[in-house]
Write a protein that binds this ligand. Structure first.
Ligand code: CP
Ligand code: NVA
Length: 306
């Protein structure tokens, strides 16, 4: 059974297939065509954390495809009220697909073990594959072929950074990372990267200027991810030199600016960069819906044998 838990599990060809399904559906959508190709399909969405983009994009994507999505908040008790295996067995009988935004990545892995329907990771503490798919989808819209181009990540080596690194490795893009030593990927993550994307060379530095020079796109994300609130003060202090501002962007004047949103303006990024003509953040957010349609169709095709 195919799932989308981490991009490490997908081949380059599968990622290309998802992106191309999404592209085709976006082109049709822009012409006013919304074919209900999966009429009656249902997506169960479990959210243990807040969301705007992931929730709305999956819900609207399912409606456009002829199906519907069920929103389940933390109130449903995922990971708390009953064992994850019972939860997975029960839910699998009632929906065609499941999307989970979970506090612990391990809970998603456990769910997948017991589910009999495809599972999509809608963000965990470990990675955020749907975001990286939408990011590449967006950059291709404005830049075309990205092979060999440099993606610069400035800030926390977090869940989104990991998915961006993986997609760079899978699709032959370069990846530079400017991060304070204490917030770098763990050694386990570096091992996983070298096993799954052996051609990816992470160009690591503690100098944001070095990371962004020659970059086609500069990415950042919040310094305090959901669940890390207790570390807020320490993180703000450590990341202060890593703000993406006009001065930093002046070292790569042709680079696009990317942020998964929500952003904390004035911390990891300034208003000026967010509002600059090189900022793709709104297009990037909108493309969550289109790229995820690619994911939904890719997964539903196997279930419905279409
Ligand atoms: N980028 C992203 O996943 O946004 P939400 O947290 O609003 O879903
Ligand atoms: N790194 C952020 C991403 C939010 C979309 C978080 O996990 O909170």
């Amino acid at each position: 059974m195919k799932n989308l838990v981490s991009l490490k599990d997908l081949s380059s060809a599968e990622i290309e297939e998802i992106l191309s399904l999404g592209r085709d559906l976006k082109d049709k959508y822009m012409k006013g065509v919304r074919e209900p190709i999966f009429r009656g399909a249902t997506l169960g969405m479990i959210f243990q954390k807040q969301s705007l983009r992931t929730r709305v994009s999956f819900e609207t994507a399912m409606i456009h495809l002829g199906g519907s999505a069920l929103f389940m908040s933390d109130e449903i008790g995922f990971g708390k009220r009953e064992p994850v295996n019972d939860f997975a067995h029960v839910l699998s009988q009632m929906v065609d697909l499941v999307m989970i935004r979970a506090k612990k990545h391990e809970d998603v892995l456990e769910f997948v073990k017991h589910a009999s329907v495809p599972v999509i990771n809608g963000l965990t503490d470990y990675c955020h594959p749907c975001q990286a798919l939408a990011d590449i989808f967006t950059l291709r819209e404005v830049e075309g072929d990205l092979r060999g181009k440099k993606m610069a990540w400035v800030g926390d080596a977090n869940n989104v950074a990991l998915s961006v690194a993986l997609i760079c490795g899978k699709l032959g893009l370069r990846f530079s990372l400017a991060v304070p030593e204490a917030y770098d990927f763990s050694s386990e993550v570096y091992e996983m990267l070298s096993e799954n994307v052996p051609d990816l060379e992470v160009e690591k530095t503690q100098d944001p200027v070095k990371a962004v020079k020659g970059a086609t796109a500069v990415f950042t994300d919040v310094w305090v991810s959901m669940g890390q609130e207790a570390e807020e003060e320490a993180r703000k202090a450590a990341f202060a030199p890593y703000q993406v501002n006009a001065e930093l962007m002046a070292h790569c004047p042709d680079a696009y600016f990317m942020h998964c949103l929500p952003a904390k303006r004035g911390l990891e990024v300034t208003d000026e960069v967010m509002e600059s003509p090189r900022s793709l953040v709104i297009q990037e957010a909108g493309n969550r819906m289109h790229a995820q349609k690619g994911v939904l169709v890719w997964l539903l095709q196997q279930v419905w044998k279409k």
